[in-house]
Design a protein around this ligand. Sequence first.
Ligand SMILES: *Cc1c(COP(=O)(O)O)cnc(C)c1O
Length: 390
Amino acid sequence: MGGSGPMNAPGQARTTVFTQMSALAMRHNAINLGQGFPDESGPDHIIEAAALAMRDGHNQYPPLAGIPQLRQAIADHQRRFYGLEPDTEDGIVVTAGASEATAAAMLALAGPGDEVIALEPYYDAYKACAAMAGATLVPVRLEAPAYRLDAERLRAAVGPRTRVLLINSPHNPTGTVLEETELAAIAELAVERDLIVVTDEVYEHLVFDDHRHRPLASFPGMWDRTVTISSAGKTFSVTGWKIGWASGPADLIARVKAVKQFLSFASGTPFQYAITEALNTGDDYYRDYVAGYRERRDFLVAGLADLGFTVTEPQGTYFVTTSAAPFGAKDGMEFCLDLPERCGVVAIPNQAFYADPDAPRPEVRFTFCKPLPVLQEGLDRLRRGLHRAT
Ligand SMILES: *Cc1c(COP(=O)(O)O)cnc(C)c1O
């Protein structure tokens, strides 16, 4: 990905590493611990609710902002978990996943010549979204292997052209959950420099142990300048439904809506009904959900460490970042391209999440959004393939 044009010309676009690795997974019949989509569908009653909505005739365009019931459920969710109170009429917009919310927010809030700061490594869509807006993404690195925020480094990255801080916590791919002091430093900087903050909180319910997710919008001075983005895909294991949302102050949400009306306009009517029910589910769903993933995390982390990977234990998300350096790997891309044939397992090289994806790095990301037997089989295959005498 050259740094020349704002983005690749149509037709020259590189397929993403996720597409590439998932294709390799198919070809080698490999266990796919690369792309983050669960094997299981979400809870039965939510699937039933979608089917029922279709049979009840909810199959035409929903309102641009989303059906009122879902906006109410999103507002209730924000109050229940965080004490936030977005306005159901003009403070919430339902989107085609967090992806569309992020694209619309970038197009609405950043423009040519502007800079958007993101924590590096970052979700690969961020750079593309900033580029579509004509803006430049400025990475602020979380250093391996701890991946904590260096507040001074963030401060130093803010310049006269900085418009937006695009913050993702719980953080994909590292599993970092920004803690109170880190979030407070971001908030303080945003207020001081009058910046807009866009937050990607799609893993808000996947936070382990004593760690806590706290939205930046809940910090002093932040509500009026923050667009909070989330999605049902990860929380309810329905990534193919693409129901996401953005919430915040009326003026910022109005700008997001103004762009979104010419992207998808609106989508997923029956799924919006089903996600209304999903969000209104009792606390035990969320508790069981995180408990299940905690077990999978502990299992995969222990297994990978036992194989010889250096592991950064994730505090949130369903990803674990490891280093393949103990296997002599300097280039994670090379390692991951080789892995399906060598072991029958697919993983994602973390360098795909860096501003220069061609610069070799030894880190490799595995997902644990798979049932324990699948994770076990993946570990068995890695053991056989990596430890084979050469
Ligand atoms: C999966 C993911 C998304 C995409 O969410 P959708 O609702 O599927 O569009 C956005 N951000 C991060 C960090 C993700 O991991």
